[in-house]
Design a protein around this ligand. Sequence first.
Ligand code: BTN
Length: 263
Amino acid sequence: MDISQIVFHLSGIPIPEVKYFDQTGSTNDDAIAWILAGAPDGSLVIANRQTEGRGRLGRRWITQPGSALAFSLILRPTPAEQVVSGLFTALGALAISRALEIELGLQPEIKWPNDILLNRKKVAGILVESSWIGDTLQGLVLGIGLNISPEAVPPPDQLIYPATSVEEAAGRPVSRLELLRAISGQIFEWRAKIGDPVFRSAWEDRLAFKGEWVSIHEAADPEAAPVNGEVIGLDPSGSLVLRLASGDLVSVVAGDVHLRSRR
Ligand code: BTN
């Protein structure tokens, strides 16, 4: 992978500028710095290797060279998009899922809020971060990490959740740059529909554990008792809707979903 191959593969996609690093700490950090330095909407930071990559809830996301996609797209949301800014993680999830379906005929599932599963194992994660000056939003960073080859999958003792790679699921070699092109294209396609009913139903059609009984430890209060309920769908702000045993519907803003048996 080099900058000219990347730019070639992104032709026709509205990405005005690209920064490529053979090695960097975190593409999300690079993208946040670039927002403050004036990066235009749609700019891309991509790395072959990440040494300090970050995941949700302070977790690490290390990217081994040549084995994965690790990139961050800079978005400068319009006022209308700012109203639905909680849906940008869902946008990343839907874009990755559609790309894997269209390019490789795979059947990904979205594990709310930010994981993509293949055969119930994690293949990708999304980390959306925002950059503010005072109370003015400067931009969002949509960070995506996708395991392409088996070398990208960390050893089992470093995993919180079982993991896989695209090549393991597809059973054949996969081009990183073709998937980058497909995912980027899907991001811009679905961005135009963010917040629309069609966006929500496309996301919910791919929701893992839908109709199943789960337990969620809410991120805001790890000491609190988990919320147990049946997975229903996504609310307009990007929260997960659960039906409790009482029949009441609740929205969970952030947390980790675990399957559990119904009681
Ligand atoms: C997660 O699963 O918790 C999210 C992982 C997100 C990793 C990507 S890799 C590219 C971008 N740069 C980072 O430091 N993190 C994201």
